[in-house]
Ligand binder design. Structure first.
Ligand code: PEP
Length: 248
């Protein structure tokens, strides 16, 4: 049995005062949530505010990115140690916005996962195809390449995978539950081939891409969907909590 996990990616939204208010809202709405593991990933400048607001609750805090070195002359970057020392427990790695806008590669994803694991951070590793790739029928090839390129040399234990079709992120267009299930099942089979049955059954695979309270229930009924990585709808306590309610 895989306990559902829901992570909120706040992207480059919310100044610290707004983050604090959002975290306080989540704290009151989700205090009794025992049925899912919960993570919120605010921007760096809000991390300490949100961590202190959520200390003592069951909601963990994560970052949206990290650098693979522990320190050095890397202007503008944040190291795994800095995150861990601030109280972060999770980190999103390889989000499609980082791949598409900031040129992140599978090799960089590999280094970041490796560094995160060594520091005790729990990575949520994103994979997903573009619309063009889906339309050309290469979705499986793309997600398999990202999975093996980023993780292939590592022990997959301790990782969470997020399948996020790029065409569904922030577009309001969600994959149908069956489209998502098909890719989740394919990813789980790929994990089984590479790391074995036990790992394949224990690794959580989240779906991300315009998840809202209205579509979360149907998506979550699918066997291989173990929760969600939520962008836009995680910026309001009401909608994030309503998504989590569907997993009850
Ligand atoms: C995301 O940022 O990972 C995401 C899935 O965004 P949205 O829910 O807004 O599509």
């Amino acid at each position: 049995m895989r306990k559902p996990l829901v992570a909120g990616n706040w992207k480059m939204f919310t100044v610290p005062s707004v983050s604090k208010e959002l975290a306080a809202g989540l704290k009151s709405k989700l205090a009794g949530c025992g049925w899912a593991d919960l993570v919120v990933c605010p921007p760096y400048t809000s991390l300490t505010t949100v961590i202190s607001e959520l200390t003592g609750t069951s909601i963990d805090v994560g970052a949206q990115n990290l650098h693979w070195e522990s320190e050095g002359a890397f202007t503008g970057e944040i190291s795994p140690q800095m995150l861990s020392d601030s109280g972060c427990k999770w980190v999103i790695i390889g989000h499609s916005e980082r791949r598409a806008i900031f040129g992140e590669t599978d090799d960089g994803v590999f280094k970041k996962i490796n560094a995160a694991l060594k520091t005790g951070l729990k990575p949520i590793v994103c994979v997903g195809e573009s619309l063009e790739q889906r339309d050309s029928g290469v979705t499986e090839e793309i997600v398999k390449g990202q999975l093996l390129g980023g993780i292939g040399q590592l022990n997959i234990s301790g990782l969470t995978i997020a399948y996020e079709p790029v065409w569904a992120i922030g577009t309001g267009r969600t994959a149908t539950p069956q489209q998502a299930q098909d890719v989740h099942r394919f990813l789980r089979n790929t994990i089984k081939e590479k790391w074995g049955q036990e790992k394949a059954e224990s690794i959580k695979i989240l779906y991300g891409g315009s998840v809202k309270p209205e579509n979360a229930g149907d998506l979550s009924k699918k066997d291989d969907i173990d929760g969600f990585l939520v962008g836009g709808a995680s910026l309001k306590a009401d909608s994030f909590a309503a998504i989590i309610e569907t997993l009850k």
